[in-house]
Design a binder for this molecule. Structure first.
Ligand SMILES: C[S@@+](CC[C@H](N)C(=O)[O-])C[C@H]1O[C@@H](n2cnc3c(N)ncnc32)[C@H](O)[C@@H]1O
Length: 235
């Protein structure tokens, strides 16, 4: 099932809408880049470690790694992406074989999901393209208590373009909009909204591009803790 929440506003459109899905996939999995393979493994490992019943993938593109979702464990998967063509490809590949798949075509910064509904939220290279502060606040609301957020951030590298150069010229539109987020900045925003880093690693690919991988656990709300303490005093 695919839902559309695209703004009809005139004016600048998001550059991601100008990148054909074949170019995107070709670029991300090209031998020079190999980020698709890397992100797929991080997502697969998170699914195996946390065995989530409910998952949201923000900036899910064409469904990289969705083959690792086990429907007998994960009953509901929400994928959000701004590019409708990427979601069409995802639906074509996985719609029939992954029951419980819901796709939302929207700017992630403009939507609201139901609070406390996810065991796992995966954000692989999306904070580079949105206001991460606002999005993290929402993610904290959307996670269940003890739910996990897994984030992949691209790290800055001297003398290198942020978007790798490949034969896929259409990806160049990202260079002016990509904004790298410092892991310290992410960690501090997360801790303000009740997300505690449980572990992190820095991974360097053959391309020499380096990435931060962070796992964050949603703390129990103080509000619900207080409520539970009051209840237990009453009983
Ligand atoms: C680098 S790709 C993500 C890679 C993917 N997470 C993976 O694991 O392979 C970034 C994705 O975010 C989507 N995107 C960028 N800005 C967005 C926004 N504001 N709202 C929703 N999706 C967005 C793009 O269309 C693209 O598919």
């Amino acid at each position: 099932m695919m839902k559309f929440f695209m703004s009809k506003k005139k004016g600048k459109t998001n550059p991601w809408l100008d990148i054909p899905w074949r170019d995107y996939e070709g670029h991300m999995s090209s031998p020079k880049v190999r980020q698709a393979q890397f992100l797929r493994e991080i997502f697969r490992d998170a699914l195996r470690e946390y065995l989530p019943q409910t998952v949201a993938v923000l900036g899910c593109s064409t469904g990289n790694g969705f083959e690792h979702i086990d429907p007998s464990i994960t009953r509901r998967v929400i994928g959000v992406d701004i590019n409708p063509h990427y979601l069409e490809v995802l639906e074509h590949r996985y719609g029939a074989v992954k029951p419980g798949l819901e796709l939302i075509c929207a700017d992630i910064t403009g939507i609201e999901l139901v609070s406390k509904s996810f065991d796992l939220i995966f954000c692989g290279l999306i904070f580079e393209y949105v206001d991460h502060g606002d999005l993290i606040k929402k993610i904290s609301r959307w996670l269940k208590p003890n739910g996990m957020l897994v984030v992949v951030l691209q790290l800055a590298r001297e003398n290198s373009t942020k978007v790798s150069k490949t034969e896929y010229e259409s990806l160049k539109v990202l260079e002016p909009i990509i904004r790298l987020v410092q892991p310290d900045e992410l960690e501090s925003v997360c801790s303000e909204v009740g997300l505690s880093e449980t572990r992190m690693s820095i991974e360097t690919l053959e391309s020499e591009k380096a990435f931060y991988v962070g796992h964050f656990k949603k703390n129990h709300d103080r509000e619900s803790d207080t409520h539970n303490r009051k209840r237990s005093r009453m009983t």
